[in-house]
Design a protein around this ligand. Structure first.
Ligand code: LFR
Length: 468
């Protein structure tokens, strides 16, 4: 039987890729076709994404894929969450999308909370507080020059799908990161939209993963674009090779998304106080998680150090003794780009978050890398313990997926801090989740998430770290 081919476009804050997903019998595999950078650019006084570059590179990758695999059956698109473009009435993008690391949204948080207090926001949208959630970004746009001309607010993966198909929709898992979705009804919240003065007509209708969005002729022969979990984290959670339901997960890329999969949201005051989020997953599952700092901290240091070899650096970090200083990886002061080694050193100097663990300011790249990895592992263990407390669930093992699963030191330290085994991989959980949801929609993969994950567990090479 020949493999069936599905194209995954997966773009994260640190780079994009187009992959051919090959689904055959009980197995799924990926063939990388094209990789490209996704640099932040500063234009018109804001940090932005170069959307035309992303669109061009997506097309380049898809055309290359179609040449190699003319039998490709469908395309699925996922990207990071939260960010959006404004389209005018003619469907033209008014400006490149502002990036969530731009500081403008944080400036209007207090104004928004004066209109709708945070506890009322949480009661409807179930989200953790992040200063860049779409609703704050929209409040910043409402004060800007383009707002009067905006006819559509379109999330980034839906913008790419719009360029391919001409159809405007908002994919549900990503809609759940905007803060404007009612997490119980899973519809746009008319109440929040009214109170925040956002016309409902600006938001395209919702669409669930597994629906065919439209057809593109951009590759020659017409190919359907199938809606997947277009929030990369939603696709990554589909791509967890779990074989039980008592798992916690860490999806580690630019961010670490750390939590549990639940059947229903947890909207208790304790969950809010602990800043947990209830994002919607594929098949209506709830992603009960927190955004914890991620590889961003390391990537920004590497950029500052002119990109030394990461494997050598991590080997030197691993050789350092345990018990060194740790920082609060969720410190909002670490969100913006630039000067990261100095900011981390300052966080060690000023911080009281190390619980008495030294506080010696790390000066060498290896010591800084070790401080970052120690801090991440500690934050993962703490977050999963908290998630278990808040939900009454047991976490018997942790699946660590995404780019961070390559980092053996991180996996080992996480197992030690959490006191449960860590199963590392797949690195490309997001693209796999993207492919599997498409494959299922086109009758090439099983119906339930549990069966899809079994599929994946069989097909993946995973590493297991026992706590010591
Ligand atoms: C991960 C991610 C997170 C989201 C952050 C910003 O790539 O999508 O889930 O909170 O990026 O969009």
């Amino acid at each position: 039987m020949a493999a069936r081919v599905f194209a995954a476009v997966d773009i994260g804050a640190s780079g994009g890729r187009v992959m051919a997903g090959l689904v055959e019998g009980g197995s799924v595999s990926l063939r990388p076709v094209h990789r490209f950078a996704n640099p932040l650019v500063e234009t018109a006084g804001s940090l932005r994404w170069d959307f035309d570059h992303l669109h061009r590179e997506m097309l380049r990758g898809l055309r290359r894929l179609a040449r190699a695999c003319p039998e490709v059956e469908s395309i699925g698109i996922d990207t990071w969450a939260v960010d959006f473009g404004l389209l005018d009435a003619a469907g033209e993008l008014l400006a490149p999308p502002v990036a969530y690391r731009d500081g403008a949204a944080a400036q209007v948080v207090d104004d928004v909370h004066a209109t709708v207090p945070p506890e009322e926001l949480f009661a409807v949208n179930g989200l953790q507080f992040l200063p860049f959630t779409t609703l704050y970004q929209l409040a910043a746009q409402q004060r800007g020059l383009l707002w009067d001309r905006a006819a559509h607010v379109v999330l980034v993966p839906d913008l790419l799908a719009y360029r391919l198909t001409g159809r405007l929709r908002t994919e549900l898992t990503n809609a759940s990161t905007t803060g404007l979705l009612d997490v119980r009804t899973r519809r746009w919240s008319d109440e929040l939209l009214r109170r925040l003065d956002i016309p409902r007509g600006l938001l395209p209708d919702l669409e669930t993963p597994g629906t065919v969005r439209g057809v593109t002729g951009a590759l020659g022969a017409p190919v359907p674009v199938t809606t997947v979990g277009s929030h990369d984290t939603a696709s990554a959670v589909v791509g967890i090779p779990a074989t039980t339901d008592s798992f916690g997960y860490v999806s580690c890329g630019t961010w670490s998304l750390v939590g549990l999969e639940l059947p229903a949201p947890v909207l208790t005051p304790d969950a809010r106080a602990a800043n947990f989020t209830n994002e919607i997953g594929v098949d209506g599952r709830v992603r009960f998680l927190r955004n914890v700092g991620g590889l961003w901290l390391l990537q920004e240091c590497l950029r500052e150090w002119n990109s030394p070899d990461i494997d050598d650096l991590l080997a030197a970090a691993a050789a350092l003794p345990p018990g060194g200083p740790v920082i609060d990886v969720d410190d909002p002061a670490l969100i913006a780009p630039g000067n990261m080694p100095a900011r981390i050193a300052a966080a060690v100097r000023d911080g009281d978050s190390d619980g008495g663990r030294g506080g010696r300011v790390p000066r060498t790249p290896a010591a800084l890398a070790r401080c970052i990895v120690d801090s991440l592992a500690l934050a993962y263990a703490h977050t999963l313990r908290r998630a278990a407390d808040l939900t009454g669930r047991k976490v018997e093992g942790i699946h660590l997926v995404g780019g961070g699963s390559r980092n053996e030191l991180l996996c080992r330290l996480t197992a030690n801090e959490a006191g449960v085994p860590v199963v590392a991989g797949p690195v490309e959980a997001t693209a796999l989740g993207n492919v599997l949801v498409q494959a299922r929609a086109h009758g090439a993969a099983p119906a339930t998430l549990e069966d899809l994950r079994e599929h994946l567990a069989r097909a993946s090479t995973l590493r297991r770290y026992e706590p010591t």
